[in-house]
Design a protein around this ligand. Sequence first.
Ligand SMILES: [Zn+2]
Length: 377
Amino acid sequence: MRKITSPDLMKINNRRRILEIIYTEKNIYRAQIADMTNMSNQTITNLVKELINEGMVEEITLENKALGRNPMALSIRYKQLCSIGVEISVESINAGLYDAAGNEINKLNIIRDINRNVIDVLKEVIGKMIKSAEGLRILGIAISVEGIVDDRNGVVIKSKNLDLDGINILSELEYLDIPVQIKNDVNILAETDYGREQTNNYMLIKLGGGIGAALVLNGNLLRSSNNAAGEFGHVRLYSVSNLKACKCGQYGCLTTEASITAIEEKTGMPVEELARLYQSGDSKARKVIKEIAGYISEPLTNIIAILDLDKVIFTGKLVDLFGDELTCMLEEDINQNLNKWSSFKGIDVLNDYDITARCAHYVVNNFFLKWKDETYD
Ligand SMILES: [Zn+2]
């Protein structure tokens, strides 16, 4: 690769800064960009011209009588830019192509076939999405995986029944020549949870076939050496008498008692059936859910206390099925056991989201806002 010299780097940084401003401020005039940066009018004129020619930016007319005349404002060319979001789950591989404003262009869903290699299906799905993006500029691809993911290197460390353990997805997709990011599913939800501006300290917990979580502290996602921060499913329960063996090598983990897989094993029925019984007022079904709430709230109360979290946000199929009642039980348990100094303000629920759309949004946001994190070597 050609070595990047400092004038080149300065130009790259100036271009990215202009794009960042146009993306953040929505519609903006060249003169306003000059006010916000140390760049000369000529530099801005030249770089904007380049960005317009490349199809990244467009000129639009705004009604602005205060300025006396009507100069052309600048906007990101949202319809010309797109990103791809992919979800690899135990049941299926889902993909979505979205323009940079988040409008859906194409979607695809392929049910998992145990006779087919996941990576082959992934390549096929992405290939189809790229084909439907013809004529558009693809900013990147983000892939969500259930499990422990080394997102710096694009390696799946431990996935739940996906046969992806140890696979470097980035290397597998290198031939695409498009930036690709691999993220844990709950982490990507937390990083795109733009509706939670009221708090910077929260835990997002997904209750599904397994149990996963992400911690956002002081507005930043907690990362750790082994990428296993937030493995809430593998905290130990001490109130359970019959300790079950867990895949993680321990006994009596939260996931062996409170995940949907565990509940279905325990009750001998699909969780949807349990929800139906619960809704009809069945006392046994109610007892099961009350017990689950107890298992979750015990370790969770300690985490809230030690990190002084403001909020806990629940998501996932179990929350979709038992909604408010489960979160009410959890909130009651937590409030009963939490110390009086805690900042805890309650539980929120996150549902009705599309993970492929979240992944695609993550790509766009990162492209325009996180460019300083990139290295030029
Ligand atoms: Zn475990």
